[in-house]
Design a protein around this ligand. Structure first.
Ligand SMILES: [Zn+2]
Ligand SMILES: [Zn+2]
Length: 205
């Protein structure tokens, strides 16, 4: 699997293109913004996108979902427990970043824990990891962990929101520990493609 990271939008969110090298079939993980840039990159690299996967429903991870869906006829995948965030993403974008976009299109498929998403000869395993948001997921493949805002290279995802849960996040860390300690981490923000550099002991104990 080849990975291209594109950093987009006001909050410098990482959109990842997870590419099956033989077939060029690709999953678009978190199209946060700048749909033109993402689409051009997909075309220039001769990629064959299959689906849009959202690690969670925060607006900075899904603002370009409509544009990519329309450009490439892609289904959008999200965990059902983050639907309430996704459905108000256009309002949050306006409120927090003064960005005007239409309401996002309906979700085509709700992600399930342990589900395998296949693209070409590659696949990603879905791990439901609530905490940062109730419907956060991580995606694992061959020593790569796409962790959304659940886990950063330097440790912790935030639990600042009223719908966040520090105790759920702790359980989620325990769940992804076997994957995260042997993997390079591809989080929603900041450093990527590196091993964990600081493991918060209170979360992994
Ligand atoms: Zn984020
Ligand atoms: Zn987030």
């Amino acid at each position: 699997m080849e990975i291209i990271c594109l950093t987009v939008g006001d909050l410098a969110t990482h959109c990842y293109l997870a590419i099956d090298e033989e077939t060029r079939q690709t999953l678009v993980i978190d199209p946060g913004d700048e749909g033109d840039f993402l689409s051009t990159t997909i075309l220039e690299n001769n990629l064959v996108p299959q689906a849009i996967i959202l690690t969670h429903g925060h607006y900075d991870h899904c603002l370009a979902a409509l544009e990519l869906k329309l450009n490439f006829s892609l289904p959008i995948y999200l965990h059902q427990k983050d639907l309430f965030l996704y459905e108000k993403a256009h309002l949050s974008a306006k409120h927090f970043s003064h960005i005007a976009i239409p309401k996002l299109p309906p979700i085509d498929h709700f992600l399930k824990d342990q589900e395998i998403i296949t693209f070409g000869n590659s696949s990603l395993k879905v791990l439901h990891t609530p905490g940062h948001t109730p419907g956060s997921v991580c995606l694992y493949s061959a020593r790569s962990l796409f962790s959304g805002d659940t886990l950063f290279v330097n440790g912790v995802g935030s639990t600042d929101h009223q719908y966040s849960s520090a105790s759920d996040l702790k359980k989620s860390f325990a769940k992804i520990k076997p994957f995260s300690t042997n993997s390079l981490i591809y989080p929603g923000h900041e450093d990527f493609g590196l091993p964990l550099v600081a493991t918060p002991p209170h979360l992994f104990s």
